[in-house]
Design a protein around this ligand. Structure first.
Ligand code: GLU
Length: 297
């Protein structure tokens, strides 16, 4: 697909481990979509998870991309430097009546879901692509109770009032570069988290805002195809542009398992240490030639 203006793509790893060959492939695909049309390839570090993100993994990502010759354009975007923007977006949605504080712990939510699963009708939308959706407990708190608990310093996340948001946005679609127009349906996800107890943004919110700010084309794994329904809705509610999307299969090992960040011998750093020539690796990945047993799922 050609675009009127050169595409800007992005690679958006989380610095929670070493990149493996699947990440290298994903970065290469995003890079090539941009460079084939004279566009830009950008890098975003998704480091909002302060507990799991590590500076040494950020350094490793930069080194790996440099080694592969996939040098990003423009400044590297660090999510940890954009926290006030995420916070402001949540405040805006709350001000529009589309977000509410949620005081539930993970254990509370598991109990609520288990209780509704054993009810005669079962949980209402257990087939949510995100796992069982939040049962909506805190959606029913009164404004006074919310204010009182927040004032008392009780830890809380912020959730999207999904049904209200979807109704407010009306019909939505996005363009998959390979499949054409896709009708967006975020409702099955339920009231997704916008801001976590320990971070002012969730993956859904931060990725949506950052893609709008830095990319025209989002090239990412098929595991994130379902999340795009949510991202399209957030774009509509926040007045953000919608990029074009392309999804690539994930690299699986011989047993059909997704490569993990600790996948023996297949991290880019291990391949480098083993003397792998990067030009050869890039040429192989471009041609769809993967190490023995590794295949696209
Ligand atoms: N940070 C995500 C990951 O490492 C990718 C997010 C995205 O491409 O939208 O899986």
């Amino acid at each position: 697909m050609t675009s009127p203006t050169p595409p800007i793509t992005r690679f958006a790893p989380s610095p929670t481990g070493a990149l493996h060959i699947g990440h290298g492939w994903s970065a290469l695909l995003a890079h090539d979509v941009a460079r084939a049309q004279g566009g830009q390839f950008r890098l975003r570090i998704e480091d909002i998870d302060g507990a799991r993100s590590r500076p040494e993994h950020v350094a490793g990502i930069l080194h790996d991309l440099d080694w592969l010759g996939l040098v990003p354009d423009g400044p590297v975007v660090m999510q940890s430097e954009r926290l006030p923007l995420y916070r402001a977006a949540v405040e805006r949605l709350a001000g529009d009546g589309l977000a509410y504080p949620c005081f539930c712990t993970r254990a509370d939510i598991a109990r609520q879901i288990a209780a509704s699963a054993s009810a005669p009708h079962g949980p209402p939308t257990a087939d949510s692509p995100d796992g069982a959706p939040y049962p909506g407990t805190c959606a029913h708190l009164s404004p006074d109770e919310r204010a009182r608990r927040i004032a008392a310093g009780e830890a809380h996340a912020w959730r999207l009032a999904m049904a209200r948001g979807a109704a407010r946005a009306g019909p939505l679609a996005w363009t998959d570069m390979d499949r054409g127009e896709i009708i967006a349906d975020a409702l099955p996800f339920g009231d997704i988290v916008l801001a976590r107890k320990d971070a002012p943004g969730s993956y859904h919110l931060c990725a949506t805002m950052d893609d709008a700010a830095m990319a025209s084309h989002v090239v990412r794994g098929t595991d994130l195809r379902p999340a795009t329904h949510v991202h399209r809705l957030l774009q509509a509610l926040l007045g953000l542009p919608t990029p074009l999307y392309r999804f690539h299969g994930l690299l699986l090992d011989a047993d059909g398992r997704r490569l993990a960040k600790r996948s023996g011998g297949l991290s880019l750093a291990e391949l480098r240490a083993a003397g792998q020539a990067p030009e050869r690796l890039v040429a192989d990945l471009r041609a769809g030639r993967f190490p023995v047993g590794i295949h696209v799922g």
